[in-house]
Design a binder for this molecule. Structure first.
Ligand code: PLP
Length: 385
């Protein structure tokens, strides 16, 4: 028997999965299909698509690509990371259920759990999941899910995914990971036994600060029917043009992540001895408490770095002097972005929880872009001077 061909590598799948040349026209890029409806051959005989909220060819190509890159059975695309997160939580939780959630979780996820899903009878406890004992202590009789994010935002804490999966398995709990910061190129939670991965595709997957999107990827097909139902019933779907942009971004994901990793490592090392910098958070630094775990579960340490100045006034002075780096929300794109988490991304979190999570008034977060690293370093140096 001939050997089966080896499975294509990540970069190959990023470019080809879900997007074979069109059999009719030969076009190598999937068409942006604007059609909202699709002609059917007869009663009960659609050709594969019926109505564009339910499914359309551009979205189908994107979903096939995402499933392949995360190593999941199925992927579903959403209009934003938050609508993907909402669908994932509604898939795994119903009224009366409880979720143990990472305390440094994305601010919007915290808000969704405490101010939206709380009204649907879903309860959440927020703990430091980097110690599996904290997860164990927070589990209740009605707990169904552990929700992780790693690396976390904005302090790049690393959660040992395998340790949490082991504990969850013993108790029959599902585990979900928000994989936005790492991307499937750097970290594959489904291969570690996680049930479901969500992304804000607005960040690295799109990669160019020009599209809002999200996705849910399932390890097994068993939840696919229900998730497809939720996607169609709620209708928070991306447009065909958004799907095209995401497919285009994904083709260079690996190339971009390699460059983000390299530049972020240089930025973190520079900041370690820069004037006025009190602390630097980057999992690629050997001094980072999660360095060893990050090394074992990630292919690289990512493009996000955060650091602490003395106080808010020092942060304000730094931000005012930036020239190349843009002071803005969001992350994960080709250009370097700097944000002040306490007043921006984490403003919706109560002050007490924010401070427990290390989001101080002097903390700044850098989404290190793929510009020439010397130019990024020069800008940071002059802004700190
Ligand atoms: C941005 C972000 C989200 C929310 O995604 P949107 O696309 O803005 O809705 C969720 N999780 C993380 C980690 C994020 O960075």
């Amino acid at each position: 028997m001939p050997e089966p061909p080896p499975a294509p590598g990540f970069r190959t799948r990023a470019i080809h999965a879900g997007q074979e040349p069109d059999p009719r026209t030969g076009e190598v890029v999937p068409a942006i299909s604007p059609s909202t409806t699709f002609a059917q051959d007869g009663i009960g005989r659609p050709r594969g698509f019926e109505y564009a909220r339910t499914g359309n060819p551009t979205r189908a190509a994107l979903e096939a690509n995402l499933a392949s890159l995360e190593g999941g059975a199925r992927a579903f695309a959403f209009a934003s990371g938050m609508s993907a997160t909402d669908a994932a939580l509604r898939l795994l939780l119903k009224s009366g259920d409880h979720v143990v959630c990472e305390e440094n979780v994305y601010g919007g996820t915290y808000r969704l759990l405490t101010r939206v899903l709380s009204d649907a009878g879903i309860r959440a406890t927020f703990v430091d999941t980097s110690n599996a004992k904290n997860v164990e202590a927070a589990v209740e009789a009605s707990t169904k899910l552990v929700w992780l994010e790693t690396p976390t935002n904005p302090n790049l804490k690393i959660v040992d995914v395998t340790a949490v999966v082991r504990l969850a398995r013993e108790r029959g709990l599902s585990v979900a990971v928000d994989n936005t910061f790492a991307t499937p190129y750097l970290q594959q939670p489904l291969a570690l036994g996680v049930d479901l991965v969500v992304h804000s595709a607005t960040k690295y997957l799109g990669g160019h600060s020009d599209v809002v999107g999200g996705c849910v990827v399932l390890r097994e097909a068993r939840h696919a029917e229900r998730l497809q139902f939720l996607q169609n019933a709620v209708g928070a779907v991306p447009s065909p043009f958004d799907c095209f942009l995401l497919l285009r971004g994904l083709k260079t994901l690996a190339l971009r992540m390699d460059a983000h990793n390299r530049n972020a490592q240089r930025v973190a090392e520079f900041l370690l001895s820069a004037p006025g910098v009190r602390r630097v958070h980057y999992p690629g630094l050997p001094s980072h408490p999660g360095h060893a775990v990050a090394k074992s579960q990630m292919r690289g340490f990512g493009g996000m770095v955060s650091f602490e100045l003395a106080d808010r006034a020092a942060a304000e002075r730094f931000v005012a002097k930036l020239r190349l780096c843009t002071f803005a929300e969001s992350l994960g794109a080709v250009e370097t972005l700097v944000c002040h988490p306490a007043s921006m991304t984490h403003a919706s979190m109560p002050r007490e929880l924010r401070e427990r999570a290390g989001v101080t008034e002097g903390l700044l977060r850098v989404s290190v872009g793929v510009e020439d690293v010397e130019d990024i370093l020069a800008d940071l140096r002059q802004a700190l001077g």
